[in-house]
Design a protein around this ligand. Structure first.
Ligand SMILES: [Fe+2]
Length: 366
């Protein structure tokens, strides 16, 4: 609750129960006015022409309403006072404590068991879907069992979360090993753990891979938690970790009539120094030049990273049976596939990261 307010010359200090307070600049409060004149409730869009506001505007009057649930401010340029809720203000504290990452389960191979298998029918109900999303958010990947072995089923699952993303590989895809394609994904050789689309500025958020047919030897799917690798490197060699959060690594895709390029650190951080994206693909890494010292440090770091990614203690391995769909967060989990011989038909698609995030938020998960 709001317990007290102090009108300062250019700011309003708001005291909350629990003895904490926040100073909000007047211009910020005015810009965030959510009354009828300044805010379109239906579309959640600002109507205010912010550029027309006086940056030094003063508060005419302010008072606490409904035992601290609301704050009401009278502004010189508005006829009616504007209300601000306690929730809105407390959620906009600069140093708001975030507990997001603690909800994630960072795992090694022996910490993953049956909990990552879910049944297709269980995700059809609202509650079931919510649980599925929560687990996917927590572990970074899941296997959906008992799917129909066709593209329609992949599309149906994608549309429950967001929508199918189009890319150079199309929207929905089906593939067997194909020597004629430019990408390594079509071979029968072992595919070492990697993330997809390091050459894209907006790498796909989720990848869905449905096994439609399997009459082969080998070909196990490999999942590696990029956050586990980060944790190990940070603990064992903080300087190396620091380098991996700062140095941009460029990826490219050249072939099939396109030339795509993008770059970012292997561990991309937000302003709270939390990892928001893990990107690693040694196949698609583009030519680069650093000074000699940095070059050696860079190779030491990617050696460490890739040896961990290829360490069995970090790998969950499973041969997908027909009807099993592997879904994983491509911004966190590295994926790979053991070598195989025989027939292995897969279908799949990508979903944008922002649409996965949106679905999580709509279901109260973040
Ligand atoms: Fe891949």
């Amino acid at each position: 609750m709001i317990t007290k307010i102090d009108i300062l010359p250019d700011d309003l200090q708001v005291h909350f129960s629990g003895e904490n307070s926040e100073i909000f600049p007047n211009i910020w409060l005015r810009d965030h006015a959510k009354d009828e004149q300044n805010w379109d409730k239906r579309s959640s869009q600002r109507k205010t022409f912010t550029a027309s506001l006086d940056l030094n505007l003063k508060i005419k009057n302010a008072e606490i309403l409904e035992n601290g649930k609301y704050l009401s401010i009278a502004w010189p340029d508005l006829e009616k006072p504007v209300q601000y809720s306690f929730e809105f203000l407390i959620n906009n504290k600069i140093d708001k404590k975030r507990e997001t990452k603690s909800k994630l389960k960072i795992w090694g191979s022996n910490e993953i068991h049956q909990e990552i298998f879910v049944d297709y029918n269980s995700i059809l109900s609202n509650d079931g879907f919510k649980n599925f999303l929560k687990s996917l958010h927590t572990y970074g990947f899941l296997v959906i069992k008992n799917c129909e072995t066709n593209l329609k089923c992949v599309e149906k699952i994608a549309n429950k979360i967001g929508y199918v993303r189009n890319s150079i590989f199309g929207g929905l895809w089906s593939f067997e090993s194909d020597e004629n394609k430019a990408d390594s994904a079509y071979t029968q050789e072992e595919l070492r753990p990697h993330t997809d689309s390091t050459y894209s500025n907006d790498a796909p958020g989720l990848q869905l891979l449905l096994c439609c047919d399997y009459d082969a030897k080998g070909g196990d799917s490999i999942m590696v938690d990029g956050l586990k690798i980060a944790k190990t490197i940070k603990k064992e060699d903080p300087q190396m970790y620091d380098l991996l959060t700062k140095i941009n690594v460029k990826g490219n895709y050249i072939g099939d009539g396109v030339f795509l390029e993008a770059e970012r650190p292997i561990f991309k951080l937000n302003k709270n120094k939390e990892i928001t994206q893990v990107s690693f693909n040694n196949y698609d890494r583009a030519p680069f030049r650093f000074e000699k010292d940095l070059t050696l440090k860079f190779y030491e770091a990617i050696k460490k990273f890739d040896l961990l990614a290829n360490n069995k203690d970090y790998q969950w391995r499973h041969i997908l049976k027909p009807g099993e769909l592997l879904i994983f967060n491509n911004w966190r989990i590295l994926h790979g596939r053991g070598s195989f011989s025989g027939v292995r038909k897969m279908s799949g698609c990508y979903i944008n990261k922002e649409d996965f995030d949106s679905s999580c938020k709509m279901n109260g998960i973040n």
